[in-house]
Structures are given as structure tokens and as C-alpha cells.
Write a protein that binds this ligand. Structure first.
Ligand SMILES: Nc1ncnc2c1ncn2[C@@H]1O[C@H](COP(=O)(O)OP(=O)(O)O)[C@@H](O)[C@H]1O
Ligand SMILES: [Mg+2]
Length: 395
């Protein structure tokens, strides 16, 4: 049975007009699982966490933790936060500035009537877990950002809660520290085995930490799956965009073959098993790494759908080049949206180190690397796994 179960969770904030921030949300999280809620700012992640913690009362729905109902709108059950065995770690470390590190870490034990655990050494033990033992007698102002966040981690874990909620805890750290605290957190979870809900808007954080990911859009969940499934088979165009498939190519099949945003298409057809929706159009989503380029007149690789492009700009990235291209129509004019390309400089991509603005290039991608969607952002039957829906009427 799942440890966290939320059904039909809805939160409407009063006001004129009232705003529904979460809308019929459902979550099933296994015991010991590390679930990542991934979504852009404002989609309702914090509100969802606050509802789980009991800091916010949902307008409708039901929440149970470890088999016990802690919230049920219909039956007027609403257990207070301190009766839910939950630890919380916030983005703004939220340490008490006037208290020592020791007192900060001990705080949840006091608040929950577990003072005897302080004598049993839980504070020191937890501080040791996050490498903060030497800092126990300092005050938060005497710590670096990374140290403060480790203390906040210790405070979230000290009472050995069954469920720990993390609200973007790494966002305020600089890039290098973020990686090291992230690795810490991964290790701690493996060691302690708590159930976690971790909120972030950062896809690489989500992929690295999550046993499963829930991708949120405007108060609802678009996809709930393993990182690998989400990365390789995003369920909607929204999810595809969110996990790095930044390129959107609109294909159309006419009497004399495929076009892409008005530009002619050569090589492999983008969708071999052609099953276009009623619009007769197909959207391909592609990562910059999966768009390949070659000098004009050459072919970037075998089995590719081929287009012609022109370089708008390119930037050096150490081991790769990031370039922005525009496609060219039959007359050589710019066609459609820009295309983002990442070319590794080792191997055959080496020539791209000398890309110049205005240079013409051959562009290609393997259809298997793309995800295809109908015009409305839903999976298309042209995707390699057949999409999530029955095939629309074939064209
Ligand atoms: N107390 C509140 N009253 C009214 N609107 C709120 C309140 N709290 C959050 N919101 C709104 O709910 C939406 C979702 O907020 P939030 O859950 O903080 O999103 P996220 O954490 O994903 O950025 C936002 O549009 C925000 O303005
Ligand atoms: Mg938030």
C-alpha cells in the first residue's frame, strides 16, 4: 500500500475572483520512495506541499499518510501539522537567527514533545549525518549558505519523520554547492529510508533525485512516472518542453511530400507510419543534442530526416558548441521557429568550432529521437511507441 495517498485534492483561495490553485490532484507515493514534483513557478507545488503538511486546508479531497486519514473534507477530518510525522526543508533555510545550530536542530524535537530524544543524542547524531557536528555551537549568521542548508536538512530529519517535504531546498545555493548538497541528500535518503516529496523547477535535479517524477501543470499532474520514462517518453508536449525537448518542428504532409514550417523535407519521412490527426499536421519535439548538422551539401548521418538551415549565432561551450539556426524554405528565406543545436566538438562535430553567422548548413535528426504530438499537444500515434492513444484515422 502506498504511504502517501491524496485523492481529488483541490485548493481554491478566496478572493475576487477565487483562484483554484490545485485541481483534483491525485498522488500515490510508496513507502521509502523519493517523489519529485517538477513544474514551473506558480503551478501549485508549494501549495500541494503545504496541504500535505497540514499548513493549508484543502477545499476538497482526502489525504492519508501511512494508512491513516489526516485530511478528509467530506468528513471534516483535519489533523494538525504536529500530528502528521512530517519534516520540512525550505528554500529559504528558515533557521532561527537567535538560536545556536544545536538549538535550531533540536527545535522539532521540542515542538513534538520529544525532549527525551535530545538527551539520547538525536541532535548530535543527525548533525553528524550532515557533517555539521563541528558547527553545533555557532549561530546561523556564522555559517555559509551550504552549511546553513545542511543544518536545515538536519532539522528536517532530526525527529525521524516518516515523510520529509522539501520545497526547492537547493535553489538558493550556487551551482557547485548545489551539486554537493544534492549528492548528500541522495545518500541520506538511501541511508535513512524516509519517504520524500521534493519540489523543484529544475529538471536535472528532478532526474537525479527522483525515484518517480510528477510533472505539474497549473494545479494538475501531466505525467507521473520514472525519470527515464519521463525523459524518453514525455506524455505531453508540455512535459517534453519541460524536460529539455526545446525544439518544436511543425510538419505537414501535402500532395508532394512533407514540409516543415514551409521548408522542404528530404531523407527519412519524420513519421514512417503516417497517421496524422484531423489537422494533417504533426509536431516533433527534439533535444538540441539530437539535432545534427553538417557542412551544406553533405548529410549529417544515416536514416535522418533532412532539412536545410542557416546559422544565426553560435557560442563556445567547452566540449560543445551551442548554435541557433533558422530553417530555409525553397527560396532560401527563413522558415518557422528557431532551432537550437548542440554539437560535440570531439569527433565529426569538430568542424562546427568554426561556425559563422549566416553560414548554410545541412540539418538532420533521427525520427526515433523525436517525440511526436498532435497539434493540441497530445501524444501522436506517430511516436515510436505508438503514443498513449489509439491511432487517429490514417492520412
Ligand atoms: N494564500 C494565497 N492566496 C491566494 N493565492 C495564492 C496563495 N498562495 C499561493 N497562491 C497562488 O497560487 C499559485 C500557486 O502558488 P504556489 O503553490 O506557490 O506555486 P509554486 O510553488 O509552484 O511556484 C500562484 O499563482 C500563487 O499566486
Ligand atoms: Mg513554490
Amino acid at each position: 500500500m502506498s504511504y502517501v495517498s491524496a485523492e481529488g485534492l483541490t485548493k481554491t483561495f478566496k478572493g475576487r475572483p477565487p483562484v483554484t490553485v490545485i485541481d483534483g490532484l491525485g498522488l500515490e507515493i510508496e513507502e521509502g520512495e523519493f517523489l519529485v514534483l517538477l513544474g514551473p513557478s506558480g503551478c501549485g507545488k508549494t501549495t500541494t506541499l503545504r496541504c500535505l503538511a497540514g499548513l493549508e486546508s484543502p477545499t476538497a479531497g482526502r489525504i492519508s499518510l501511512g494508512g491513516r486519514t489526516v485530511f478528509d473534507a467530506a468528513n471534516r477530518i483535519n489533523r494538525p501539522p504536529d500530528k502528521r510525522s512530517i519534516g520540512m526543508v525550505f528554500q529559504s533555510y528558515a533557521l532561527w537567527p537567535h538560536m545556536s545550530v544545536r538549538a535550531n536542530i533540536a527545535y522539532p524535537l521540542k515542538a513534538r514533545g520529544l525532549k527525551d530524544k535530545i538527551k539520547e543524542g538525536w541532535v548530535e547524531e543527525t548533525a553528524r549525518l550532515v557533517d555539521c557536528e563541528a558547527l553545533l555551537d555557532r549561530h546561523p549568521a556564522q555559517l555559509s549558505g551550504g552549511q546553513q542548508q545542511r543544518v536545515a536538512l538536519a532539522r528536517g530529519l532530526v525527529a525521524r519523520p516518516d515523510l520529509v517535504l522539501f520545497d526547492e531546498p537547493l535553489s538558493n545555493l550556487d551551482a557547485r554547492l548545489r551539486d554537493s548538497v544534492r549528492a548528500y541528500l541522495h545518500e541520506l535518503h538511501a541511508k535513512l529510508g524516509f519517504t520524500a516529496v521534493f519540489v523543484t523547477h529544475d529538471q536535472s535535479e528532478a532526474l537525479a533525485l527522483g525515484d518517480r517524477l510528477a510533472i505539474m501543470r497549473a494545479g494538475e499532474i501531466d505525467q507521473f512516472d520514472t525519470p527515464r520514462q519521463v525523459f524518453e517518453k514525455p506524455a505531453t508536449e508540455y512535459v517534453a518542453d519541460f524536460v529539455g525537448m526545446a525544439n518544436r518542428l511543425l510538419f505537414e504532409r501535402g500532395a508532394d511530400g512533407w514540409t516543415c514550417q514551409g521548408a522542404p523535407v528530404a531523407g527519412a519521412p519524420p513519421a514512417a507510419r503516417c497517421s496524422l490527426g484531423a489537422s494533417g499536421r504533426l509536431v516533433a519535439r527534439l533535444r538540441p543534442e539530437d539535432v545534427h548538422i553538417a557542412p551544406a551539401g553533405e548529410v549529417p548521418g544515416d536514416g535522418m530526416t533532412l532539412l536545410k538551415g542557416r546559422v544565426l549565432e553560435s557560442g563556445y561551450g567547452g566540449r560543445h558548441i551551442d548554435a541557433t539556426l533558422t530553417l530555409e524554405d525553397r527560396d532560401g528565406a527563413a522558415a518557422g521557429d528557431r532551432l537550437h543545436v548542440r554539437v560535440p566538438l570531439a569527433g565529426p562535430g569538430g568542424w562546427a568550432g568554426e561556425l559563422a553567422a549566416g553560414q548554410k548548413v545541412a540539418v538532420g535528426f533521427r525520427p526515433a529521437d523525436a517525440r511526436f504530438f498532435d497539434d493540441d499537444g497530445e501524444p501522436s500515434a506517430a511516436s515510436s511507441d505508438g503514443g498513449a492513444r489509439p491511432a487517429p484515422v490514417g492520412a
